[in-house]
Design a protein around this ligand. Structure first.
Ligand code: TYD
Ligand code: MG
Length: 456
């Protein structure tokens, strides 16, 4: 007979009982036996041995690698994507690819399946399209591979079965929002269905490879709306090993893939791709990609060499400053941190007496690029100052440096890489704080000096 779990405990001596009593039979205190809540009861139910067994000396913990690390990574066929993944897809790992509808997730997966399916068995599961539609896309992308199978189903149990079968080295599911699991309430795409289906697939993936066969790698597509609001990818992030975010403007051809979570690599690299007539192509030399359409003669524009991962990318900050017609001036920022811009505007107002309080200010980083480092502060400040004075920043100048609240400037990291990449793309001068006075170097210590030097 199963032992009854204790539901009562003495608040004086801590002993536990299956029944309530007015007096504790262990310590003899009166009125100290109280009913435990569910959590306390669970803790009490665990035997001492079980608790002890849960911990191991760190020095004695098994040092064997996790099963997936024993197998070489799969290459996606695109070195840019492999780099973002930290060196390819980890066998037995689960990657979630999130992005807005129409951004190119199915295209990317089709191309990856085509590349991997040349030598390894791959299953592409589509819950959104028919197999003939997928086939047509594969053909168009020159990705019809000999070891690639297609399945049109939204039944998560069937897909989990395919993963468990050990027949495939890679399984791709497009998309999680259309999967269902029998016995789970709710519509496809709802929280309950998404979570249960994802958990089922992830479990099957993690179990794969235990029988000595090669583990199965899983890639799941999840649609995200612009504000990330859709039930789906956000709440699945903790279930998976890697989350790739697929971004870009669906009306322009540039696409950026970043790892927002990665158990098997860093999260600061990004892949730059272009959507063309034959699918996604890697961009060979991305340094100048974001400034390709720049018109340097216009006031309110400044270029900054930013670092993304291990790479230097030149991006253009644009600003527009306008006398406001509203009681509260408008502040709009795209591609940069709103708070950072607010801080820079405050420094310009207070330290440099620019009356921005009466102006609407718009700041935009062009071509869908995003600035994430304070090293771009000076370029933002110069773009705003240039817009306000209506004087363009010289066409051959890039700016680099962090702006402090006192109007002082601080140097950026990776100076040499940034300077040489800017020079390679035709920028003769670099303005910013810091040591060294190499060719084309304009050394300034304060924001005011930088504005005077750049705008005269
Ligand atoms: P898709 O991969 O279907 O997007 P998602 O799965 O994220 O919803 O791609 C959508 C767009 O990409 C579609 O508007 C057509 C375009 N596209 C190309 O420009 N070139 C191509 O080779 C392919 C396959 C698609
Ligand atoms: Mg799709």
């Amino acid at each position: 007979m199963a032992k009854k779990t204790p539901a009562f405990a003495c608040t004086a001596c801590g002993d536990t009982f299956t029944r309530w009593a007015g007096r504790c039979t262990s310590c003899g205190e009166l009125n100290t036996v109280k009913e435990m809540n569910a959590g306390e009861a669970q803790v009490a139910a665990k035997g001492r041995e079980q608790v002890r067994a849960a911990a191991t000396l760190a020095t004695e913990a098994a040092d064997a690698p996790a099963p997936q690390e024993r197998h070489p990574r799969l290459t996606s066929g695109m070195s840019e994507i492999d780099r973002v993944l930290g060196g390819g897809l980890v066998p037995g790992g689960v990657t979630l690819i999130g992005g807005e509808p129409g951004i190119g997730k199915s295209t990317l997966l089709a191309q990856i399946c085509g590349a991997v399916g040349r030598t390894l068995s791959v299953l592409y599961v589509t819950a959104e399209e028919s197999t003939s539609q997928v086939r047509a896309r594969l053909e168009r992308l020159s990705s019809l591979a000999p070891h690639l199978k297609l399945a049109a189903t939204g039944d998560a149990a069937v897909i989990a079965g395919a993963i468990s079968s050990g027949d495939y080295r890679l399984v791709v599911v497009d998309s999680i929002q259309l999967l269902t699991l029998d016995g789970i309430e709710g519509e496809p795409g709802g929280v309950a269905q998404c979570r249960s289906c994802a958990a089922t697939l992830v479990e099957a993936t993690k179990r794969s490879g235990r029988d000595g066969r090669d583990p199965t790698t899983l890639m799941i597509v999840g649609h995200v709306t612009k504000d990330g609001g859709l039930a789906g990818p956000r709440m699945l992030e903790h279930l998976v090993d890697t989350v790739l975010s697929f971004e870009g403007d669906r009306y322009q051809d540039l696409r950026v893939v970043r790892a927002v979570k990665n158990r098997y690599g860093s999260t600061n690299d990004l892949a730059l791709l272009r959507m063309g007539g034959e699918g996604l192509e890697q961009v060979a030399d991305p340094t100048g990609l974001f400034i390709a359409d720049r018109d340097p003669g216009v006031a309110g524009s400044c270029v900054v060499p930013t670092i993304e991962g291990n790479r230097c990318l030149l991006v253009e900050v644009q600003a527009l400053v306008n006398q406001t017609e509203y009681p509260q001036p408008v502040r709009k920022v795209a591609g940069a941190d709103q708070n950072r811009v607010a801080m820079i505007l405050a420094v310009l107002s207070r330290r440099l007496r620019m009356p921005l309080g009466q102006c609407d200010v718009f700041v935009n980083v062009t071509s869908g690029a995003r600035i994430q480092e304070p090293a771009a502060d000076l370029a933002i400040a110069l773009a705003v100052a240039s817009a306000w004075r209506d004087v363009p920043v010289p066409a051959d100048l890039v700016a680099l440096g962090e702006v402090g609240l006192g109007g002082e400037l601080r140097p950026a990291t990776r100076y040499d890489l940034r300077a040489s990449e800017a020079r390679r793309l035709g920028f003769q001068r670099l303005i910013g704080p810091g040591a060294g006075t190499g060719r084309g170097r304009l050394v300034v210590a304060r924001l005011g000096e930088a504005i005077d030097a750049a705008l005269g």
